[in-house]
Structure formats: C-alpha cells, structure tokens
Design a protein around this ligand. Structure first.
Ligand SMILES: Nc1ncnc2c1ncn2[C@@H]1O[C@H](COP(=O)(O)OP(=O)(O)OP(=O)(O)O)[C@@H](O)[C@H]1O
Length: 311
C-alpha cells in the first residue's frame, strides 16, 4: 500500500477491506461490518456493509479531497429534501495501522447499472426509468445544481424498475464549469455546446445516453471515435430517427440534443406526455401484430391446401 502525504493530511491509497472487517468511525463511533465490494471506480471503493442490522453502502477513497467534494454535494442537495431517497448517513474516518481512511455512508440501493438492466428487461423500460431519471435531475436543477456525469454506471435500477442516481462527484453549481464528465455523453465532446453547467447540459447527456443504450448496433461508439471536427450533435439526432427502438423518443432527443428545452421541468412534462402516447405506438407492438398476421395467413393457406387435397 502506497502512502501519500498532501499538505500535512494523510491520504490513504486504494484499499480493499476483506469481508468481516469491522470499521469503527473515529469521531462518531458507529460500527460497520464489511460484507463485500459493491463497486470500484476512479474515485474510490464502495462496500456493502451492515450496521445496526441494516445494509448500507460505505464509500472510501484514496483521495480525501474528492471524497469531501462528494460529501459537500450530497449535503447541499439533500438539505430539506425529505422526499430524497439519497442521503448521507454518516461521515467519518477509520484508523487502521496508523493510517487514516476517510469514508461516508449512504443508503444501499439493490440494483443493476442501467445498461445491464436494459439488456435484461428490454428497451421498453427506458420510458418509465427515464422519467425517474428526469425527475431526479429536475430536483437537482431546481436547487441550481447539475448532476454532470450522467452515465449508465451512475444509475442503479432495481428489479421493480425503480431508478436511482448515484455518485454525486460530478455535481456542480449552475453557471460554473462542468467538473466531471464522460466523453461519449458530454455536450462539449460532440461540439453541441459549452461545458458550462446548465439544465441543458444534463438533458444532452440524458439524450445521448438514450441514443447509446437503445441502439442495438451501438453505432454511437463508432461515431465517437471520429476526429473532433467531424463529431456533430446532428449525428445523434439522425441515429435516433433511424433506430426503431429510438423512434418513439426521437422528437424528445432532437430537442434535448439541440438544447431547445427551456428547463428540465419542461423536458420532464414532455417525456410524461410522450409516455402516454408511447403505449399506443410502441414499435414492438407493431412487430408483434405483423408477426401474428403472417402466422394467421400461413395457417389459413395451410388449412385451405389440406382441405383442397383431401376433397
Ligand atoms: N449507494 C449505493 N448502493 C449500491 N451500489 C452502489 C452505491 N454507490 C455506489 N455503488 C456501486 O459502486 C460503484 C462505484 O461507485 P461510484 O460511482 O460512487 O465510484 P467512483 O469511484 O466515483 O466511480 P467513477 O469512476 O465512475 O466516478 C457504482 O457503479 C455502483 O455499482
């Protein structure tokens, strides 16, 4: 394990605590029994832990400054938001062998990353899941923050289709520069606008995410490899019109990519209206009807043929 000293503060390196490790907070004294690793990213490791008979998610990072930024963001956005499922349960340090490990504790969401969920459940689920993502973005925007780094790994969806944004490391104030993003979902990367935080930034990422996930051919990955001057938001809009799974959302994607929504509230409203209509024109329904018709015609011709042969 490598130790790094920064301005006098001890920053621990990435650590992997084995199952059964008991974490006792230095300041608040709460105890957490490590069960397993839930995930590991650039900023840290998230563990499934048990405290007072309840499951929680405990995040520790090799970079205490990054962790503090996340903690501040969660604190700010959950102030007075009693309806929010996401909140800080505890913030503390854990000392082991003279080394200090900062950590914070949040609710545990039993779910799969959005991309995994979509693969197992089918694209039709993007409607209701998307609505919840937009709702959560909307709440952030009302508080004058954006999420910033919207990507499938930062969205967990449970078996009932309940979605939850996680990883608030990219949360930033509206009007400031976007501090954390993933290129393929980033407005700047597609030459679709600035990296100054506004509602439209998250809405662009949301639309780009739809274009990426709902396209069975994942064409966006090839488009993203082009040289910067050839990348253009119109390529995403075009793809949304071409792919049958994306067509119901094409009008929304067009507006979101071109930054035409005046607010995420307006975008959410339109998404809801789309969901009502959606039920009537889901392409898979059309496909199903087409298949049923073909089967019926084949059946009818076969019966006719048997009747003519036997008579
Ligand atoms: N509250 C939670 N409940 C369940 N699983 C979680 C929770 N928070 C994080 N995870 C899991 O841990 C993974 C890593 O978490 P997180 O995204 O916060 O780490 P990170 O280091 O900031 O990652 P990145 O490199 O993507 O920024 C997530 O993708 C998810 O699978």
């Amino acid at each position: 394990m490598v130790m790094k000293k920064d301005c006098g503060a001890i920053i621990s390196s990435k650590s992997r605590w084995p199952a059964g490790t008991a974490i006792q907070g230095k300041w608040n004294g709460r105890r957490y029994d490590i069960h397993s690793v839930l995930g590991e990213g650039a900023n840290g490791i998230v563990y499934l832990a048990c405290t007072d008979g309840k499951w929680v998610a405990l995040k520790t990072s090799h970079d205490s400054v990054d962790l503090q930024v996340e903690i501040n963001a969660i604190e700010r956005i959950s102030q007075g938001a009693s309806h929010s499922r996401f909140r800080l349960i505890d913030v503390d340090d854990f000392e082991l062998n003279g080394q200090s490990y900062p950590f914070y504790v949040m609710p545990y969401f039993k779910g799969k990353h959005l991309s995994v969920f979509m693969k197992s459940k089918g694209w039709e689920w993007f409607g209701p899941v998307g609505e919840q993502i937009l709702q959560q973005l909307c709440r952030l925007h009302q508080r004058k923050y954006i999420f910033g780094d919207l990507k499938p790994a930062n969205i967990l969806v449970d078996a009932e289709g309940r979605a939850q944004l996680i990883d608030f490391g990219g949360v930033g104030q509206i009007g400031k520069s976007v501090k954390q993003f993933t290129e393929i979902y980033d407005r700047g990367y597609w030459n679709g606008g600035s990296r100054t935080a506004d509602d439209a930034y998250d809405l662009f990422s949301f639309a780009a995410l739809a274009v990426h996930l709902l396209d069975p051919e994942r064409k966006m990955e090839q488009l993203a490899k082009q040289i910067p001057q050839n990348r253009h938001p119109s390529q995403l809009i075009k793809r949304a019109q071409e792919v049958p799974e994306l067509r119901p959302f094409a009008a929304f994607i067009d507006k979101a990519i071109r930054g035409k929504y005046s607010s995420s509230g307006q975008a959410l409203q339109e998404w809801k209206e789309l969901m009502h209509k959606h039920v009537r024109y889901l392409p898979f329904k059309g496909e199903w009807l087409k298949k049923a018709l073909i089967v019926s015609v084949i059946f009818f011709i076969s019966v006719l043929w048997i009747v003519t042969q036997t008579s």
